[in-house]
Design a protein around this ligand. Structure first.
Ligand code: ADP
Ligand code: MG
Length: 238
């Protein structure tokens, strides 16, 4: 364990990062000063009970939210503005596909937003879908998909931009165990294939067991976990 970390070529570095919602007597400290880093290719399960701060920390790492104390940096990527679309992909727990677009259009959309022309975006969307054996669903609308299929399409959408870091917030939370297993396998295969680092929040131990290491959150801190791989550097300084 180390109390501070040097900003080398990690994908994301949290240095005493905390997040408090509100102020005064009703303030909620969701995250205390967390110090951790994710290196290229690292695959981490972030576990802990509901309300322990997993989503808040993931949102901070994704640059979707700002810490109220401490700092978050992305040394291997650049500034917050450079995170998306591209280097950092986020997968959410619930439905996230746009209902009016078919599967190919949903997967292609972030690429178009990143400046790709339509043909190139569609071509790359097809490649991502093929890699996950989802190409037969290309012209389906989200309403026509099962929960597991929709979540795997969301994984394909995340991969289409060739991310270096995939942040998945309870990606299996609304799926039955077998379907959840398929989604986790898909993410692990994708990370093995592309070398992308992976942080998956979950309160399901059977999901966490599939990742290389485990960080455990309790009351807004990352605490030592006896099952974690030795050498993990996540700490909480508050
Ligand atoms: P987890 O993902 O582990 O269930 P969260 O990060 O969602 O935990 O929440 C951590 C704490 O922060 C909880 O007490 C939650 O109620 C609170 N919280 C999260 N988001 C907000 C918000 N936007 N406004 C106020 N409180 C919030
Ligand atoms: Mg959550």
């Amino acid at each position: 364990m180390t109390a501070t970390v040097a900003a080398t070529k990690a994908l994301v570095v949290c240095d005493g990062a905390g997040r408090t919602f509100g102020s005064g007597p009703t303030a909620i400290v969701a995250i205390h000063g967390v110090t951790c880093r994710i290196e290229p290719g690292q695959r981490v399960a972030l576990t802990g009970p509901s309300g322990s701060g997993k989503s808040t920390l993931l949102h901070l790492m994704a640059g979707l939210d700002h810490p109220t104390v401490g700092s978050i940096t992305w040394p291997a990527i650049g500034s917050r503005m450079q995170l998306r679309p591209g280097p950092v992909a986020v997968i959410f727990q619930g439905p996230s596909l746009l209902p009016a677009l078919d599967v190919v259009e949903n997967v292609a959309l972030p690429l178009v937003l990143a400046g790709a022309d339509d043909d190139d975006a569609r071509r790359r969307a097809h490649i991502a879908l093929e890699r996950l054996d989802l190409d037969s669903l290309g012209s389906s609308l989200p309403d026509e998909l099962s929960g597991g299929q929709a979540q795997r399409v969301a994984v394909a959408r995340a991969l289409a931009g060739s991310p270096r870091l995939i942040l998945a917030d309870e990606p299996t939370g609304q799926l039955d165990r077998a379907t959840g297993r398929q989604v986790i396998d898909t993410m692990l295969d994708a990370s093995t294939h592309s070398g992308a680092a992976l942080l998956v929040t979950t309160h399901d131990d059977t999901v966490a067991e599939n990742l290389d290491e485990r960080w455990r959150m309790v009351d807004g801190c990352i605490v030592p976990d006896m099952t974690a791989v030795p050498g993990g550097e996540a700490t909480c300084s508050a």
